[in-house]
Design a protein around this ligand. Sequence first.
Ligand code: IP8
Length: 271
Amino acid sequence: MVRRIVVKFGGALITKKDEQCVARVEVIRNLCSAIHSLTNDGVQVIVVHGAGSFGHLKAKRWRLNEGYVAGYNVQGDACSSQFEAVEQVRNDMLNLNAIVVGELEKFGIKVHSHPPHQWARNLGPEFNGTLSRFSSTDPSIVHVSFGDVVDVDGDRRFGILSGDDVVARLSTELPHVESLIFAMGGVDGLLRVPPHEATENDLIEQWSPTVDYVGIHHTEIDVTGGIGLKLNRGYMVAQTGIGVHLVNGEYPSRMLAIVRKEPWRGTSIIP
Ligand code: IP8
């Protein structure tokens, strides 16, 4: 029997969010160690990672989320046009991807990496691009993809495809996916109050759209949708019968516990 899970490593978890292009390598290593344990259990894992400071800062500065803006320029920046910024962000994302892939490979895992700008176009959960490249079910292979700058039809020309959209399509279109896990940074799951005020009891263990939550979205640095986008896409996936869970990625054992059907701390999205 094939067992398959999709895991999203949040950008705020695996990078230092406000220092451009700095990865949290130890956090990535610990996550990869858990992925290795899952592959040893015979589970086929697909990893999608966010961008954090390797993507959002420059994309925001160059308004890449808005697509092509005629005549737009940023004085005193290292690049001189939006098109150059697109190339630089794609390269920065490839660098972050190489760190994630490298850490997985250190555990002896065979990794197939799929940079979206090479196979995907257009935005949102119905972006175009065939998922056949993710179809092998061999647990010894881990497929990896990420949020990226992709080409967009028409005058817009390019835009930001969030890893949250990538995981939504992978989870709902590939067969055998039993759960989608969002590994987040700095929080145990979804909270009723802001993280700095939260106590043990403020974790929402089961969320559906009628449940109020407090989510901090750094719109000044984040060009995709923050926690709201995650919940929206997570809910879409949960409605198809797949388990969708949010956990603190600094404790990767919680991810293992979900898959092994042991007790864990975090939030489940309920359809
Ligand atoms: O962090 C964003 O992906 P996300 C991708 O998964 C870029 O939303 C390049 C900012």
